[in-house]
Design a protein around this ligand. Structure first.
Ligand code: NDP
Length: 292
């Protein structure tokens, strides 16, 4: 049954994420229309009461809020460009993972066509959508965010980062950077300990506690980076860090595995030491990323 608290929503794209979003809207009482390039992915949603559209143009006709959740920036333009005129005057939410600059470009395109656009970064996997653990970051049109906030809250917790349409993606991608480098480190660690016959599952049980404990160090790191002073408070200096990383690379080599996940970070530390900052706090590594 639809709920008058929510405006009708159209979801363009029924991949794993688009389907999860459409189900969360539908279950929340939103009149939901769906479209997907490859037909047939909407059969269960339609059986449950969602409306299926044969084309993207038809799908957006009755919607006040159009949610686009396709593969990438190129596919978003491929689908939206031909229906720009039908979107004029409507509100658009881009939940496709696009880079900050791509989100800004899409916002410029939307402005040219009289479309109000909100951009979002989904900090969840499809199974988490609509659960407590799901969080979605937004930026762009505050009017769209405010008007549809109760509907957006059906997907997960919401946070608005500002009117720059690239901000949600910037936060999203910065958090994903941590995630992927952590996963890379986990795979390397699992390969290393696996050289002695330890299973990846055994390693994972211990590694998750270790990651949780080490994450407690991030706030102090942030504080030191923000002061820009890497000499007053040195928890671990760069020479010590370089020695540790060289030994870790040696251990990987001895075990017959490559150390690429670690190598990028180790190179940054090496560059800081070579530049004469060996006695500085290892948080100074961020300056190597900034090209300093
Ligand atoms: P899927 O690969 O499951 O689905 C991709 C969707 O994009 C399908 O609907 C596909 O249509 C459509 N598509 C791809 N190319 C085109 C095109 N050229 N024209 C029209 N439609 C196209 O991906 P997800 O649903 O998982 O991801 C969608 C977005 O959500 C991505 O940007 C992703 O980064 C983001 N996201 C996903 C998360 C996840 O854990 N899955 C987490 C956070 C964000 P068809 O069925 O016809 O192939």
């Amino acid at each position: 049954m639809t709920n008058t608290q929510h405006s009708p929503v159209t979801v363009l794209g029924l991949g794993a994420m688009g389907s999860a979003l459409a189900w969360a809207f539908h279950k929340g009482g939103v009149a939901t229309t769906v479209w997907n390039r490859t037909p047939g992915k909407d059969s269960e949603l339609v059986a449950a009461g969602a409306v299926s559209a044969a084309t993207a143009g038809e799908a957006v006709r009755t919607a006040e809020l159009v949610v686009v959740v396709l593969l990438d920036h190129a596919s978003v333009h491929e689908i939206l460009d031909p229906i720009a005129a039908q979107l004029t005057g409507k509100q658009l939410l881009n939940l496709t993972s696009t880079s900050p600059e791509q989100s800004r470009e899409l916002a410029g395109w939307a402005a040219e066509h009289g479309i109000e656009i909100l951009d979002g970064g989904i900090m969840a996997v499809p199974a988490m959508i609509g659960t407590e653990g799901s969080s979605i970051l937004y930026s762009g049109s505050e009017a769209v965010f405010t008007a549809h906030r109760p509907t957006l809250e059906l997907l997960g917790s919401v946070e608005f980062f500002g009117t720059d349409p690239g901000l949600a993606a910037l936060w999203d991608f910065s958090l994903l950077t941590i995630m992927y480098t952590m996963f890379g480190g986990f795979f390397q660690g699992a390969a290393l300990v696996g050289s002695a016959g330890v299973t990846a599952s055994e390693f994972a049980a211990r590694a998750s506690n270790w990651v949780a404990a080490m994450s407690q160090l991030l706030p102090p790191f942030g504080r030191i980076i923000d002061t820009g002073d890497y000499t007053s408070e040195v928890f671990q200096d760069l020479v010590f860090t370089k020695t540790a990383l060289d030994t870790l690379r040696q251990a990987a080599s001895d075990a017959g595995i490559t150390a690429e996940p670690l190598a990028g970070f180790a190179d940054l530390v090496d560059r800081q030491v070579t530049a004469g900052h060996g006695a500085a706090a290892f948080e100074r590594t961020i300056e190597a990323l900034r090209g300093k």
